[in-house]
Design a protein around this ligand. Structure first.
Ligand code: PGA
Length: 224
């Protein structure tokens, strides 16, 4: 089986001590070659977590970007700022970001970061939210299907539903000659991770709540 991607999105679940403790435990974890683990801690602790994990195969990524490079972006997170601390990828368009900003359009930020080849994980709730025409294979783009009703609710999408959406997205990508991994996110946990991760059409999972508990994350990354 090809390598699968597991992203742990810690959102704002953990305080500073819990964050550093979990990052330290993960730094001692033996990660099999069939898993590429990425961790997305709260911005406040991004730099520290990156330092803890920098000698490992685990990649530390941002949770959001508000501009590529803008000095007048109060409270924002720039891609350049992330690069400055050695973070070279970010989640974009998570449903919690879309909820906070009703006028959010991923194109606005993607048009800034795609020319700069800044790696990203674009979350989408509906296929219409994917701007296929501006994607390319010049650097690492990842897509993540996250149905809003499955996020943080314990209600995972059915395997049939996941496969249906993933096959539509993959058909569209194939038509454009694009090779872009498509992940699933929404209430992934140690009980369902094996079934989801072993689907041919699923290139990995984006995990929220369960990724903040060491035992659960350990089980998920060892479930295939
Ligand atoms: P969840 O969150 O795994 O807690 O449902 C997923 C996400 O928000 O990325």
């Amino acid at each position: 089986m090809k390598q699968k991607i597991v992203i742990g999105n810690w959102k704002n679940y953990l305080d500073v001590h819990e964050t550093l403790e979990l990052a330290t435990k993960i730094s001692n974890e033996e990660i099999q070659d069939n898993i590429k683990l990425m961790i997305s801690p709260c911005n406040l602790y991004l730099n520290k977590v990156n330092q803890i994990l920098k000698e490992t195969s685990v990649e530390v990524i941002g949770q959001n970007i508000t501009s590529y490079e803008s000095s007048s972006d109060t409270g924002g997170v720039t891609a350049i700022g992330l690069k400055n601390i050695g973070v070279n990828r970010s989640i974009i368009g998570h449903s919690e970001v879309r909820k906070r900003n009703k006028t959010f359009k991923s194109e606005d930020i993607l048009k800034q970061i795609i020319p700069a080849k800044f790696n990203f994980v674009l979350c989408f709730e509906t296929i219409e939210q994917i701007p296929f025409n501006i994607l390319n294979n010049d650097f690492e783009i990842i897509l993540a299907y996250e149905p809003v009703w499955a996020i943080g609710t314990g209600e995972t999408a059915s395997i049939e539903h996941i496969n249906e959406i993933h096959s539509l997205v993959k058909a569209e990508l194939l038509g454009l000659n694009l090779e872009i991994p498509v992940l699933y996110g929404g209430s992934v946990n140690p009980n369902n991770s094996n079934e989801i991760l072993t689907q041919e059409l699923v290139d990995g999972v984006l995990v929220g709540g369960a990724s903040t508990k060491y035992e659960d994350l350990h089980k998920i990354i060892n479930s295939i």
